[in-house]
Design a protein around this ligand. Structure first.
Ligand code: GDP
Length: 447
């Protein structure tokens, strides 16, 4: 596709070593010719693609020395011709050069416009573009890693395999519908049903992997709960390695949920400190208690902190009831004050003062959230992809039921087609303009 030239600064705003200004479109080299004077005898129009050339860049009211590179479409990020300037990384340097590209006819690129053009030109699937965004926005190593898997078309690869099997099934159905002898239809039903079942099984397995993928993307939610003064805030601070929560020896001072983000083994954990769960005349504290209850209920893992003297009283019982059957880590804190009591049952003994047991607590947090440490290729991290797979599976299940009931093949074909369409939302083939717009609107300008 030969679109008008668009340009943007590709590097973040602020000061840096280098800034990059990127132009993509039908003839960015013509713009470069008018604003870049290469060192030596070479002319811009004779530039070899994928080679850096030093020279003088025109910033309109100033000049800079920098580099220019030309990417020849379709072997470029967007699939179009691209020119990039590398200049000194000053905000005004980059802006001046960008303005000069505008003066020479380039239009300002919208959010994610380069990647959107890449998608529209078939350079990457929609899921892959989302992977790019996940990598850029990734808040943990695991999210970056998962983003890269998406970006490198791992999910799309699987989805395309399933789509091609669905296409084959559909082709078979079309043949039988065109030659509607009874026995062919019956034969076909028997042949199609197990193939649909196999596809549904694959889809279900992918859907199930979202449990991990979701945690990688959003982080594991950890509720730190327990009676006031047991050391919840102190433990949170120790886990985070800096003082975030307010520590006080007056019971009931942690009135609000305090969030901190912790990375364990490259994965994100959102920690919430909860106010003590107890009956209180203080309304502010009561609000805190209600909030604590909400946090515990929505948490993936609960850390229950107690200290000596230990004794499961009514308050503890109420807390544990709130935790229900979600993964729970029982922490006995303040071991520096008193040796662990033999009658105290805890998963880990800690001291928020000396740091004892903190590493063990982190290990337990990881294991309770993800199971034992191990590699897993989580590329289902986007809710959108999960939703599309769920819809695809519903159609597959419906088709399987229709086979079992011996319904006409063309009816089954409708379900099969709809399953294909649902999968196409992931690759982008059937994604609506609105969905596409929404995805790229989350990108930054220059990507
Ligand atoms: P919270 O109400 O459960 O959040 O408890 P805080 O974190 O505010 O701690 C209550 C008091 O216990 C503070 O004075 C802390 O300094 C103290 N504390 C917390 N953890 C420990 C610990 O492991 N050892 C000792 N000696 N004191 C602790």
């Amino acid at each position: 596709m030969m679109e008008e030239n668009v340009s943007a600064i590709a590097t973040p705003s602020g000061k840096g070593g280098v800034a990059i200004i990127r132009i993509s479109g039908k003839n960015p080299l013509e713009i470069a010719e008018k604003m870049f004077a290469p060192a030596g005898k070479i002319k811009v129009k004779d530039f070899e693609p994928y080679r850096m050339y030093p020279g003088q860049i025109d910033g309109g009211t100033f000049f800079d020395y920098g580099l220019c590179v030309y990417f020849k479409g379709p072997a470029s990020y967007t699939g179009e011709d691209i020119v990039e300037f590398q200049c000194h990384g000053g905000e005004n340097v980059a802006r001046g050069i960008l303005r000069q590209t505008f003066r020479l006819g380039a239009k300002p690129a919208g959010r994610g416009e380069f990647t959107k053009r890449a998608f529209l030109n078939g350079k990457l699937s929609l899921a892959s573009a989302e992977g790019v965004a996940d990598m850029i926005n990734g808040e943990s190593d695991a999210e970056v890693k998962a983003g890269f898997l998406l970006y490198s078309e791992k999910l799309t690869g699987r989805v395309r395999e399933m789509q091609s099997e669905l296409t084959n099934i559909l082709a078979g159905i079309d043949v039988s519908v065109d030659y509607p002898e009874e026995d062919i239809e019956e034969e076909h039903l028997q042949e199609i049903a197990p193939r649909l079942a196999a596809l549904s099984e694959k889809t279900s397995a992918m859907i199930a992997s979202y449990a991990v993928g979701k945690k990688i993307k959003s982080g594991v939610t950890v509720a730190i709960c327990g009676k006031p003064n047991t050391g919840k805030s102190s433990l949170l601070n120790k886990l985070l390695g800096y003082d975030k929560a307010i520590v006080s020896s007056v019971a009931g001072t942690t009135r609000d949920a305090v969030e901190g983000v912790l990375e364990i083994e490259g994965r994100k954990f959102n920690l919430y400190d909860t106010a003590g769960v107890r009956e209180s005349a203080d309304t502010i504290e009561n609000i805190g208690i209600a909030r604590a209850e909400a946090i515990v209920q929505s948490a993936d893992v609960a850390v229950f902190v107690e200290d000596y003297p230990f004794g499961a009283d009514e308050e503890d019982a109420r807390l544990l009831e709130m935790v229900g059957d979600k993964p729970l880590i029982k922490v006995f804190n303040k071991v520096d004050l008193s040796a662990p009591q033999t009658d105290v049952e805890a998963d880990v003994y800690t001291s928020a003062v000396t740091g004892e047991g903190i590493e063990r607590l982190k290990t337990l947090l990881y294991e309770k959230s993800y199971g034992a440490r191990g590699e897993d290729a989580a590329f289902l991290i986007e809710e959108r992809h999960h939703g599309a797979l769920v819809r695809a599976n519903e159609r597959l299940q419906s088709a399987i039921r229709a086979c079992e009931m011996g319904q006409p093949l063309d009816l089954i074909g409708i379900d099969v087609k709809e399953a294909w369409d649902a999968l196409g939302e992931i690759t982008g083939e059937t994604a609506t303009e609105t969905i596409i717009e929404e995805i790229f609107s989350k990108f930054c300008v220059g990507k």
